[in-house]
Design a protein around this ligand. Structure first.
Ligand code: AMP
Length: 453
């Protein structure tokens, strides 16, 4: 199937072909025709599937048709001709995703007379107000900042024809449901709505029920797609030695670009600082960072100026970083589905990828949940020098919200001691740190982990 056969306008096809795409991805093949027909969509798709172009290309096509229609209708009495009204709104959970979607809208629409802009928090509102005042057709926004504009009456949502909710599940996870409902109340009921979500919780289903009108159901990436294409491994290790092991892995393998996940913002900051003291260039990216710092960290990482990007799940969601060779779960996520999203950052578009998880005894329950979700056991490989101490008992996981337990405080304290153990030599690799055991379920480490469950 070709883009031409989907019936998109020549100006859009030209932009797509200049971008170098020749064949629509499965989600594009499935989503573009019903969107062009004006139907609502309920799309199960993650980033990496080509979802953005999947809704942006037909959205641009439809807007042009609507615009031309409106212009023809106002031809007779010329009063409204040429006046720009905001016709399409794309809501995204994160600033990064908003910026990426806006970039796509701009790129694919470059041969069309449509104006678009992006608004998100963390940056000054005034330039955004000016752009909105100048008149735009397409707005990409995060919910919080959009509501700021609504409150200041600097945006008019009363003429929206097409609404896109991108990564709706993540927006709900981030607590945006009230903001979204407020926004929805300001948008005409009669419109085309495209809802994309990687997961379908009851809350998402309720939102979809309220919002969508006989939607076309589209599902491309099954939850575990990435789990089939990405090489995964678990390295059992004590919590206090994770950072040392990570530095060792990076140094001894000479990795140049590693995305590392932590569970908390604080943990991301701390790890990034610790890696720097190990002589490894690193930056943290999470919701408490200023927009400038987040943009810079991502740009530095993409350009190879820093080796490690330490991210929380929310910050990393939707980042368009192609062909990442290594993803490390420094800590397992609390929600098993986030594991699949995380490892989906590597091995994209047919590239080889490797995802490894440093798992301590506290996380064995989370690991069990993940393995249940992906319906397979992840091979365990123990590094002899980092073999977990069998006397350490599991304890509840601290998510950075409550107080730390005495035990974990003590462990963090002793981490300082282990740090003084020449971390740079770890970063440069140690000859006796070879993994013992093969990546098969029959090896000793696997048996050990299984018996620890
Ligand atoms: P997305 O899921 O929208 O984040 O897209 C994932 C990546 O796939 C992006 O880097 C896009 O530029 C790329 N992409 C989207 N559509 C196509 C296509 N038809 N052919 C090749 N690459 C594509």
């Amino acid at each position: 199937m070709s883009f031409e056969s989907l019936g998109l306008r020549a100006e859009i096809l030209r932009a797509v072909s200049e971008k170098g795409y020749s064949t629509p991805t499965p989600i594009q093949q499935q989503a573009i025709p019903p969107i062009l027909e004006g139907r609502d969509i309920m799309g199960g798709a993650q980033t990496g599937t080509g979802k953005t172009a999947g809704f942006t290309l037909p959205l641009l096509h439809r807007l042009m048709a609507l615009k031309e229609n409106a212009d023809n209708n106002t031809n007779s009495n010329n009063s409204n001709k040429g006046r720009r009204a905001l016709r399409a709104l794309v809501l995204t959970p994160t600033r990064e995703l908003a910026a990426q979607v806006a970039e796509s809208v701009h790129l694919y629409g470059k041969y069309l007379p449509l104006k678009s802009t992006v608004i998100f928090g963390g940056v000054s509102i005034n330039p955004q107000i000016k752009k909105l005042r100048d008149g735009i057709d397409i707005l990409v926004a995060t919910p919080g900042r959009l509501l700021d504009h609504v409150n200041q009456k600097t945006v008019d949502l009363s003429q929206i024809d097409i609404l896109v909710l991108d990564e709706a599940d993540r927006m709900l996870d981030m607590g945006f449901i009230r903001d979204i409902r407020k926004v929805l109340a300001l948008i005409p009921r009669q419109k085309q709505t495209l809802l994309f979500s990687a997961t379908f919780s009851n809350e998402i289903k309720r939102l979809a029920q309220d919002l969508l009108n006989s939607p076309a159901l589209i599902e491309v990436a099954r939850h575990n797609t990435a789990t089939e294409t990405v090489t995964q491994v678990i390295h059992p290790v004590d919590k206090i030695r994770k950072r040392e092991l990570l530095s060792h892995l990076i140094g001894s393998n000479n990795w140049k670009q590693v995305l590392v996940f932590t569970r908390t913002k604080h943990g991301a900051n701390r790890l990034s600082e610790q890696l720097k003291t190990d002589g490894i260039t690193a930056a943290a990216i999470h919701g408490n960072k200023s927009q400038g710092a987040r943009t810079k960290a991502l740009a530095d990482f993409k350009a190879g100026r820093i080796c490690v990007l330490v991210a929380t799940d929310i910050a990393a969601r939707g980042l368009d970083i192609d062909q990442l060779p290594h993803v490390v779960n420094y800590e397992l996520p609390n929600v098993a589905e986030d594991y699949v999203h995380r490892i989906g950052r590597t091995g994209r578009a047919g590239n080889e990828g490797e995802a490894m998880s440093l798992v301590c005894v506290d996380e064995l329950k989370l690991l069990r949940d993940i393995e249940r979700l992906i319906k397979k056991e992840i091979p365990k490989v123990v590094f002899e020098d980092y073999r977990p101490d069998p006397s350490i008992r599991p304890e509840p996981i601290n998510n950075g919200r409550g107080k730390q337990s005495q035990h974990s405080r003590k462990q963090n304290g002793s981490r300082t001691n282990s740090n003084s153990n020449s971390p740079r030599s770890n970063a440069n690799g140690r000859s006796n740190s070879r993994p013992n055991g093969q990546r098969s379920s029959g090896n000793r480490s696997s048996q050990r982990t299984q018996s620890a469950r």
